[in-house]
Design a protein around this ligand. Structure first.
Ligand code: 0O2
Length: 218
């Protein structure tokens, strides 16, 4: 399938993508710990990572009309290394994205904001395509990672929609597609409500802390 006699052997390329995921996961965990110190809560509920399977890579290359070779997949398949960051609140998504963008060794290649511009399916998520340097023993290789940042609600919706999409092989009846879009709206309403609740709780906590400080002064 993938044959290449140059330095880009399949194993080396996969090692790079796996290393990029490892490195990125650690970065995000550190940011989460720092966020916990500053804001007194963990914005990240969980992180999922995966390296795309060879079958999936071949399918995507063929679908988009590219030849099936290692250089072609490095150039055209942007989501071989995938990191999904699932947050508590919509506001966390943008803060995390900014924190990632500020890392000096991360180069942001492109951003797709499917929260501000949802897909026709109702899909919402914030996508970042970045590259990070991977230091091997004799060279440094910039490696691409696709990051998807979303709330638990958006993740719940996307997981179910993905299953349904596959069940109908992309040809779901109209009423199912419509209901899924409606569910996406419900998830957005819930996200907004949860964010408002969290802000109200944080405000109450601040006021309580202020009241206690005042009591101590008198
Ligand atoms: P999988 O199995 O999730 O890995 P590109 O990836 O940039 O070359 P594309 O396809 O335009 O090209 O990228 P896009 O749409 O920005 O993002 C692709 C990924 O986002 C998908 O990966 C899904 O994970 C997710 N996604 C995009 N649209 C939808 C949607 O309508 N529903 C759901 N559930 N997920 C979506 P893959 O490669 O499809 O597969």
């Amino acid at each position: 399938m993938f044959q290449d006699d140059g330095v880009n052997s399949w194993n080396t390329v996969m090692l790079l993508y796996e290393s990029a995921i490892k490195k990125f996961r650690t970065k995000v965990e550190i940011l989460n710990d720092e966020f916990q110190q500053v804001h007194q809560y963990n914005p990240i509920e969980y992180i999922k990572t995966r390296v795309k399977t060879p079958e999936s890579i071949v399918k995507k290359l063929k679908k988009n009309g590219y030849d099936v070779s290692i250089p072609s997949m490095i150039e055209h398949c942007n989501d071989i290394a995938g990191v999904r960051i699932v947050c508590s609140f919509t506001s966390d998504i943008y803060e995390i994205a900014e924190m990632i963008g500020r890392q000096t060794d991360v180069t942001v290649i492109s951003i797709k904001d499917y929260i501000k511009n949802p897909k026709p399916s109702g899909y919402k998520s914030y996508h970042m395509l970045v590259k990070i340097p991977i230091y091997l023993s004799d060279k440094t290789v910039d490696t691409k990672v696709e990051i998807q940042i979303r709330t638990i609600g958006m993740d719940f919706w996307a997981s179910l929609e993905h299953k349904i999409y596959y069940k109908f092989e992309g040809n779901a009846p109209d009423y199912i597609s419509r209901d899924l879009r409606e569910c996406s709206e419900i998830v957005s309403m819930m996200d907004t409500k949860m964010l408002q609740l969290n802000e109200a709780i944080m405000q109450t906590k601040l006021e309580e802390a202020e009241r206690q400080r005042e009591e101590k002064r008198h």
